[in-house]
Write a protein that binds this ligand. Structure first.
Ligand SMILES: C[S@@+](CC[C@H](N)C(=O)[O-])C[C@H]1O[C@@H](n2cnc3c(N)ncnc32)[C@H](O)[C@@H]1O
Length: 509
């Protein structure tokens, strides 16, 4: 909600108390208003700490830029945000140069989509109604984009300390300045995704943002139109398949009914079945492979027998061989992210997390997990080469269909690794059992189920500014797993890792 005139005046007053003029603080306020997606509470929190910090940080950055501009032979302007948030496309400036370590992060798998088309890449993030009114003017949130503040220089620090001595309420000198990046996606998504560090403890993530999966090297992924049989597509359709009187061939996979509503939400029945598959695996039918890739990755020489794989439900979307258009209601995941998201530093010490900036209805598609497509063997090699001391890990197994084959070849057992290259989903933190996202395998370009898109949908209505979480399906006490599990701080009453906190593990029913 837009702030009242009085609230805006209070912000100016807080700045003025520190000797900052209204005309200087105003653009900073505009940027923050946009950054926090019009959530004034964050701006006025802690007596406008973020606002004041941002002002000084920007001032310092500007000073440094001016100094740089005065130097002869200055280099052309580079987007500082991208330098920090992600490496160059060839990944050369990624650091540290280590590779992923699997820690038992959940089920799924898939890969894809150099061929997936994303239209309307740039967004209209702020609308005219985002304007907020001040005592004597109206300002729009569409102002200059904020740059990532650097460390404070001595003058700025002294200035702020002086100011603080006049104001008992601003006492955050011990905290690092807030970090802010306008768009971690480098304009590759339909909407910008900002990053904000309100806690002040996190280093900026080092990875290269990619909006679609990409093969690392050996994955046996053959995407071709010839592999899509006539009965697996709807060449005779046109426009929107959801509006035709009879569901087309693309609905066969889901029992002759489309899983999406005309509003783009998952239908209740399908969603609740998918949630049960994940939350109550013991009640679901399982299949067992003869030579399980999961067990092979734990002990290659003497793998244990397969523990069973829950048979997952797939969504099948229309694709290139279909006659419908890109706005067809059976093309949701392939159209990409359409809700406002933000990466933020979690106060519970989980590192970075991702949250929604808008209310999401139950059954909404949020994003897919994007990363490098690796074979199980490649992931295993990366694990071996890694130091094993990485704080966070980002691989996900694409195992939704592994049980259907007795023996799965190593080059067919695929995973996604978002450690070096990934999208915003690499920031989803784990929550035991009652997470607000569920992962669902989605078939788009190929009927070959070794590869699929791993899409996340909301399990309930999610409020603006709530963290988005996923149950990784992790077994915290699996000693055989190559990577030690983290100590869980999910906060769920059903946390499966409460023993380290001396708490009893709750079970359902
Ligand atoms: C896919 S990453 C999630 C993003 C990560 N927090 C970051 O800062 O990049 C998974 C890692 O996040 C951390 N993490 C996720 N969920 C957690 C939880 N419930 N408690 C503690 N740490 C968690 C663990 O370090 C885990 O290896």
């Amino acid at each position: 909600m837009a702030p009242s005139k009085k609230q805006v005046a209070n912000a100016y007053r807080a700045a003025n108390a520190l000797g900052i003029h209204k005309e200087d603080i105003k653009p900073v306020l505009q940027d923050l208003y946009k950054a926090f997606d019009k959530n004034w509470e964050h701006i006025e929190a802690d007596n406008y700490r973020v606002l004041i910090d941002s002002y000084f940080d920007l001032k310092e950055n500007k000073g440094e830029e001016e100094k740089r501009d005065q130097r002869p032979g200055k280099r052309p302007h580079l987007a500082e945000e991208e330098d920090e948030a992600s490496a160059s496309d060839d990944g050369n400036d990624l650091s540290p140069r280590h590779v992923a370590s699997g820690n038992g992060t959940a089920h799924p798998e898939w890969a894809s989509a150099s061929a997936v088309s994303h239209s309307n890449r740039k967004n209209d993030f702020m609308k005219p109604e985002d304007k907020i009114s001040t005592d004597d003017a109206t300002f729009s949130a569409e102002s200059t984009s904020m740059r990532r503040p650097g460390p404070m220089n001595r003058d700025a620090r002294i200035q702020r300390q002086r100011a603080n001595s006049n104001s008992a309420t601003i006492t955050r000198e011990d905290k690092k300045p807030a970090k802010y990046i306008t768009d971690i996606t480098k304009s590759t998504e339909r909407l910008e995704i900002s990053l904000v560090d309100e806690v002040g403890n996190e280093s900026l993530p080092k990875f290269n943002y990619i909006p679609q999966n990409i093969i690392y090297e050996n994955a046996n992924l053959n995407i071709s139109l010839s592999r899509i049989a006539d009965e697996d597509c709807c060449a005779d359709c046109s426009g929107d398949c959801l509006s035709s009187p009879l569901p087309c061939a693309c609905a066969h996979e889901t029992g002759g009914e489309f899983v999406y509503t005309p509003e783009g939400l998952l239908k209740e029945d399908f969603l609740s079945k998918c949630i049960s598959l994940v939350r109550e695996p013991e009640k679901q039918p399982s299949v067992y492979c003869q030579d399980c890739p999961i067990e092979r990755s734990k002990n290659e020489d003497m793998p244990e027998s397969c523990k069973g794989h829950v048979v997952r439900r797939f969504i099948k979307e229309c694709w290139r061989k279909c006659g419908c258009d890109m706005q067809c209601g059976n093309r949701v995941v392939q159209r990409g992210i359409s809700c406002k998201l933000q990466v933020f530093s979690t106060p519970q010490g989980k590192g970075w997390g991702v949250r929604t900036l808008e209310v999401l209805e139950r059954g909404s598609f949020v994003f897919e997990y994007v990363g490098e497509i690796l074979t199980n063997t490649e992931l295993y090699q990366r694990n071996m080469e890694s130091s094993g001391t990485e704080r966070h890990t980002y691989p996900v197994t694409l195992d939704a269909d592994w049980g259907s084959e007795k023996v799965l070849r190593d080059e067919d057992a695929l995973c996604l690794d978002a450690t070096l290259h990934g999208n915003v989903a690499r920031f989803i933190n784990h929550r035991c059992f009652d997470a607000n996202l569920v992962d669902i395998p989605v078939q788009v370009e190929t009927p070959d189920r070794h590869y699929y898109h791993l899409a996340f949908f909301t399990t309930r209505k999610v409020n603006a500014f709530e963290e988005l979480t996923w149950d990784y399906g992790i077994d915290f006490y699996d000693e055989a797993h190559p990577i030690k599990a983290f100590q869980c701080s999910c906060g769920s009453p059903y946390c499966r890792n409460r023993k380290w906190k001396g708490k009893k593990v709750l079970t359902l029913g």
